[in-house]
Design a protein around this ligand. Structure first.
Ligand SMILES: C[S@@+](CC[C@H](N)C(=O)[O-])C[C@H]1O[C@@H](n2cnc3c(N)ncnc32)[C@H](O)[C@@H]1O
Length: 208
């Protein structure tokens, strides 16, 4: 299992996780990041190329999987960004309260086991003026697709190390203490339809 998680799974994510329609959304939303950034579950580091190095001063790249970090190190060397890896899970973000300007999560909230703890942790470390940029897949709107999603969920769960396709990401983000500022959604990749209904946008911390 360890070999799968640290070698095969990172290779799968690296090979399948950035087709053109997904890359186009990354190109639009990741450059909205500025200042000190926390990216949760950076995986192979495909977002690094989309940060604007003139507006981003530092990226805390949180990633608990060593195999992913090995791949992300290669992407790090292709940028001028100041990147520090944090080898912790998203449920335990090792940063001070209100210490980051932007949090980024792409295709990670589907996988984190304690997703609510992670979202509340992101809320904790974001400054009150901060922004949460998200791009995630999850529960589709049509009941017929939702049935397929529930039926087929064990497959992505096994292949992609705990991935869920039935999480309603906007509700989770709101419950975790954010106000959604801007959101778009839709099927980005035609196959497998039931795994590729995506939500992308930005959220602001709700005042406490
Ligand atoms: C599908 S990959 C997405 C990678 C990358 N963000 C992207 O957009 O391609 C999900 C990532 O979440 C990471 N992950 C799994 N459990 C996690 C946790 N508890 N906290 C933070 N990240 C986690 C995985 O190691 C993996 O890198």
């Amino acid at each position: 299992m360890r070999f799968y998680n640290e070698h095969i799974y990172p290779w799968l994510v690296s090979s399948l996780g950035d087709p053109k329609p997904i890359q186009e959304v990354r190109q639009r939303i990741v450059p909205l990041a500025q200042g000190t950034v926390l990216e949760v579950g950076v995986g192979p580091g495909v977002n690094f190329a989309h940060y604007n190095p003139t507006t981003v001063s530092k990226v805390y790249a949180l990633e608990p999987n060593r195999g992913m970090v090995r791949l992300a190190e290669q992407h790090r060397h292709q940028t001028n960004l100041n990147i520090e890896f944090l080898d912790r899970p998203g449920e335990r973000i090792p940063l001070e309260n209100a210490s980051v300007d932007t949090a980024v999560s792409t295709f990670t909230l589907c996988t984190i086991p304690g997703v609510m703890d992670a979202i509340r942790g992101i809320r904790r470390v974001l400054r009150s003026s901060g922004k949460f940029i998200f791009f995630e897949h999850g529960l589709a709107p049509e009941p017929s697709t939702q049935r397929w999603q529930r039926w087929s969920e064990p497959i992505p769960h096994c292949l992609f190390a705990g991935c869920h396709v039935t999480r309603h990401i906007p509700s989770l983000i709101s419950e975790g203490g954010f106000q959604i500022e801007q959101i778009e959604s839709g099927y980005l990749v035609p196959f497998p339809k039931s795994w590729t209904y995506c939500f992308w946008g930005t959220a602001r911390p709700q005042s406490q």
